[in-house]
Design a protein around this ligand. Structure first.
Ligand code: SF4
Length: 502
């Protein structure tokens, strides 16, 4: 017997539902349609924009997530590691669903399930019981403990609680339990990532040799295919490397018919060898500020960040740096990939030149996108980086002023997508590059969106294709130019310019 399950897109257009919606409006004494339209139009004006930009107390659709979400992400980049969040269960359900919606994968993370009594008396017993149960059931080799706002507000001491868990034999003495305080009322997911990664690396001590290996920190990199692309580049160059932290298989594992709670991740053996590497390179400066400082100081190792390797210049810089540090020549293969990317950029040039773009996302990604847009002759017009700071603004400014195409651009840090909406009504763009939440800007302003970054909830599999390196940048170029061509088709569908050849 087959059951017909109606799609909600059709279901809610049926008479029965339309009637209910009308009755609901009457019951709620809703404004008239004319009034709604009048206010909606007003929200598009300069007058409203000024009020919107003086807003202090409310945030609407920010382009950032919580600190512990980033901490969980860093933790899942290590072998057999279970993220343990000390705090409310609801927060952790949100983090897991956020990842599952983006990666379309199950995500393992547990919580100490603090409730009202823990808020009054402290969360020690939740922590003791939580670690004991989670260890008994899931047998991790490492717990990575972070906190939600609740634990931070009452000031729970993770160090003391973890020590107590070991002293009371709830978990083995020798079990690895790095921890990071991750209050979400400051910072964002990239700060949580940085805090947790630094904490995990702090487990590593006793430097007694120097190897030729290069450590790579991908950062809060939500494209497993990007990490695979980095590994491919390094392999082709014949360089020994350790990825800290490798989330590629944890968030993109093959379907084998058998569920494994732990898949992939940097091997713990490699983690402990990373201290001996000759250098550490981060591909996301803003997601690894504390970690890079830690490596320089505590591991006494050269450590620095490169710009996110999207676009020609940034990829050149990565490959030249790898070549210089390792002493290996740049393979012919990369010169050909680079040439193919340049060829494709020129092929699409006439559709991209002078197009105005709004960019939304994390600092490192956005800086990479600015660079690539300028290389394409596109004009960044509005940049929204909710979790950007003064340093980000200075970096963005330097990039923008280096090109004719970056001269008239607004940089918004600490702002949200409702601010960007106002800006886009008053100074429109041809295209948005950003995460799925920017689709509300598509609806409101009619500007097409190229989905890039995190999270991407409403399109499938984009994270399975790289957007960095020459090869990945070619993918990004393809998404950008084809979105513009789709828009051209849409706008010319009933006229003589509905061309077969673009
Ligand atoms: S902001 Fe705080 S309370 Fe809210 S989901 Fe994030 S960690 Fe939980």
């Amino acid at each position: 017997m087959s059951i017909e399950i109606k799609d909600h897109n059709k279901l809610f257009k049926e008479e029965e539902y339309l009637k209910q919606f009308e009755e609901k409006k009457v019951y709620e004494a809703a404004c008239s349609e004319e009034e709604v339209q009048k206010v909606l139009e007003w929200t598009k004006t300069k007058e409203y924009m000024e009020k919107n930009f003086s807003r202090q107390a409310v945030t609407i659709n920010p382009a950032k997530a919580c600190q512990p979400l980033g901490a969980i992400y860093a933790a899942l980049g290590f072998e057999n590691t279970l993220p343990f969040v000390h705090g409310s269960q609801g927060c952790v359900a949100y983090f897991r669903s956020y990842f599952s919606r983006h990666f379309k994968e199950p995500v393992a993370a547990v919580s100490s399930s603090m409730t009202e009594d823990a808020a009054v008396y402290g969360g020690l017993s939740n922590m003791l019981e939580g670690l004991e149960n989670a260890y008994a059931i899931y047998k991790p080799k490492m717990f990575a403990v972070s906190t939600t706002c609740m634990a931070e507000v009452i000031g729970d001491d993770l160090n003391a609680y973890i020590r107590a868990s070991k002293d009371k034999n709830k978990i083995p003495q020798e079990l690895l339990v790095p921890y990071a305080h991750t209050p979400s009322f400051v910072g964002s997911h990239i700060v949580g990532y940085d805090n947790m990664l630094k904490s995990i690396l702090s487990l590593v001590k006793n430097k007694n040799q120097i190897s030729e290996t290069i450590n790579i920190i991908p950062g809060f990199e939500t494209y497993p295919a990007n990490i695979r692309e980095i590994k491919r580049i390094i392999k082709v160059m014949g360089i020994g490397s350790i990825i800290l932290a490798d989330t590629s298989d944890s968030f993109d594992s093959p379907l084998t018919g058998e569920y494994k709670i732990y898949t992939g991740g940097t091997r713990l053996e490699d983690l402990f060898n990373a201290i001996h590497s000759k250098v550490t390179i981060s591909l996301m400066k803003y997601a690894s500020i504390k970690t890079i400082e830690f490596i320089k100081k505590e591991w006494v190792q050269e450590a620095f960040s490169l710009p996110y390797p999207v676009g020609v210049r940034n990829t050149d810089l990565l490959i030249q740096t790898l070549s210089k540090i390792s002493g290996k020549p740049i393979p012919q293969e990369f010169e050909e990939e680079r040439g193919r990317l340049l060829d494709a950029m020129i092929d699409s040039q006439s559709y991209l030149h002078n197009k105005k773009v709004a960019l939304v996302g994390d600092p490192d990604l956005v800086l990479g996108l600015i660079n690539f847009c300028l290389e394409l002759g596109m004009k960044p017009k509005h940049i929204l980086c909710t979790n950007g700071d003064k340093d980000f603004e200075a970096d963005a400014e330097t990039l923008l002023t280096s090109s004719e195409f970056g001269k008239e651009c607004n940089i918004f840090t600490g702002k949200d997508m409702w601010h960007l909406r106002s800006a886009m009504f008053n100074d429109p763009c041809d295209l948005i590059l950003g995460p799925s939440q920017a689709k509300f800007l598509v609806r409101d302003t009619g500007t097409p969106l190229v989905r890039v970054g995190f999270p991407i909830f409403d399109r499938h599999h984009l994270h399975r294709f790289p957007i960095i390196g020459y090869y990945g940048t070619l993918n990004l170029l393809t998404y950008i130019v084809n979105t513009i061509l789709d828009e051209l088709d849409k706008n010319s569908i009933s006229g003589p310019n509905f061309d077969l050849i673009r």
